[in-house]
Design a protein around this ligand. Structure first.
Ligand code: ADQ
Length: 489
């Protein structure tokens, strides 16, 4: 019994991300309903089981009153979540403005905001001020809950200012920062008016991580070209302080998907889907409805394929599941209308009284329905214009042990570097190339499909989200020990 008490407890991990993994819906003055959110970060961090993890983030709602805040804090505590309360004005300027209108498009090579460039340039300073203020509010909450020895893991482009704020509170805090989007070429990053301040704030972290070696290299060259600092094989050095920079490719909890395929409710879904699409090959797209995912480009390629291959018209169906995101942003509303218009046109051109070539759903699917869909799919189409990694491609591979379907994957997704040998890589901007890849995938001999599938399956099942999180945190611990040794020398 005594021995059990002395057993080392799990290391405490404070995961700080803009959004908590749950969304809160108010049901009364002091009652809240919590729902799991959909997204890559949530999927990845579900795998963090080796640590005693707590999440710190915004719950996605404005809670101006104290009664509501107290009740929500209590409800979230049961899920090991700690809220940061942001008011509407801050959310508008920091989240909708600086994060989603400025950093998100820029980091995905879509340039500075398209709509009214001058107005955006004018509002830049107030948005950046709100960004810094919001990051400071996150830092305040982290500081309040921090205990000595904790590891603080900051996530994504929303929180680039956070490492600096945290180190100002406590220079001994172990701080890591990980970017889930691409980090663009330094030539793109240098367009940002706040380019230097952001880089310096990130460099306050002990360890900085990216999905791919290319993104890490872009970051280091932004630091050398814009800040004039020295890049070393380990990272970036500034006046004797080294910030480690490295690639940590994310993965999924592949066992969770593989196990789910055995569940009766998933088998039931699969049976229904097989019956519904009997005699037709199933193609699948699962994306958030975001411009980076290249959904219109995917649809145009499918249209071209149907145009050029009349014999396939009643033998193939494309199921496109698109979860709406950022629905209050005009550019996203425009994207939704554009997608609906293309789907309508294609179904009008190639549909019959009994069947349409595209089934498009504007909503998320529950986990079991998603697994069943992945499992019955013959060809998955991931055509992101840019994507930090893309976990949908991993999830599809994990569910394909029986079918050994084909993955068509954008060369601009980080996943192209890990699944490139098994997938058919395409340039999503080249509609002709994607259309002919669809034909190639649908006609691929079983032997080639099997070979490609096993290559990817091996990768997906050995490079999991759990391994990703453990590697990042142990690297962060090691980095700190090495830094302490260097100071002593
Ligand atoms: P996302 O842009 O959200 O993530 P992705 O990596 O593909 O993209 O993850 C999406 C997640 O949401 C997947 O787990 C998927 O199952 C789920 N999802 C998407 N559409 C869904 C739907 N209609 N119904 C149900 N579930 C759905 C960001 C970056 C990525 C990076 C991840 C993780 O943009 O490049 O891979 O973070 O770092």
């Amino acid at each position: 019994c005594e021995r059990q008490d002395r057993r080392p407890s799990k290391q405490r991990l404070l995961v700080v991300a803009n959004r908590l993994p749950v969304s809160a819906v108010r049901k009364g003055e002091d009652s809240w309903q919590l729902e799991m959110s959909v997204g890559g970060l949530v999927t990845a961090l579900l795998g963090v089981k080796e640590f005693e993890a707590r999440w710190i983030g915004w719950a996605g709602v404005n809670v101006p009153d104290e009664i509501g805040q107290r009740a929500l804090t209590k409800a979230l505590a049961e899920k090991r979540c700690i809220p940061v309360f942001l008011d509407e004005e801050i959310v508008h300027q920091y989240y909708n403005g600086y994060c989603n209108n400025m950093l998100w498009p820029l980091f995905h090579y879509l340039g500075l905001p398209q709509e009214d460039r001058l107005a955006t340039t004018r509002s830049f300073q107030s948005q950046f001020d709100a960004y810094k203020k919001a990051n400071q509010m996150f830092a305040d909450v982290v500081n309040e809950h921090y205990e000595e020895g904790d590891v603080v893991w900051c996530h994504d482009y929303h929180l680039m200012f956070l490492p600096k704020c945290l180190k100002e509170y406590n220079s001994k805090m172990k701080v890591g920062w990980f970017l889930h989007t691409p980090f663009p070429s330094s030539e793109i990053h240098r367009q940002l008016p706040s380019r230097s301040e952001l880089l310096r704030s990130v460099l306050a972290a002990d360890l900085v991580g990216f999905h791919t070696y290319d993104y890490a290299r872009h970051f280091v060259s932004a630091c050398t070209r814009i800040l004039g600092l020295e890049g070393t094989p380990e990272g970036v050095e500034d006046q004797g302080k080294l910030t480690r920079v490295a690639a940590f490719p994310i993965g999924i909890d592949s066992d969770r998907f593989i196990r789910a395929l055995e569940l009766p409710q998933v088998q039931e879904h699969m049976k229904e889907l097989k019956g519904r699409f009997d005699g037709r090959k199933v193609m699948l797209g699962v994306d958030r409805l975001d411009m980076i995912k290249g959904i219109p480009q995917k649809l145009l390629a499918f249209e071209k394929f149907l145009e050029e291959n009349p014999t396939w018209r009643d033998k193939v169906v494309l199921l496109q599941i698109a979860v709406p995101t950022r629905t209050d942003v005009p550019e996203y509303q425009k994207l939704t209308s554009q997608v609906h218009e293309i789907v309508g046109r294609i179904n009008g051109r190639f549909g019959t009284l009994t069947a349409v070539p595209i089934h498009h759903l504007d909503r998320s699917l529950d986990f079991h329905a998603l697994c069943a869909l992945y499992a019955v799919t013959d060809v998955a189409l991931v055509t992101s214009l840019r994507d930090g990694m893309n976990l949908v491609s991993y999830e599809f591979v994990a569910c394909q042990a029986l079918k050994k379907g084909v993955l068509i994957l954008s060369e601009f997704a980080g996943a192209a570097q890990s699944l490139g040998a098994g997938a058919i890589l395409v340039n999503p901007w080249n509609v002709t190339e994607v259309a002919s890849s669809i034909g190639y995938a649908l006609n691929m001999p079983a032997e080639e499909r099997e070979k490609r599938h096993w290559h990817n399956f091996m990768h997906v099942t050995t490079h999991t989200s759990q391994e990703w999180a453990e590697t990042f945190v142990s690297e962060l611990n090691d980095t700190i020990v090495e830094a302490q040794l260097r100071t002593k020398q």
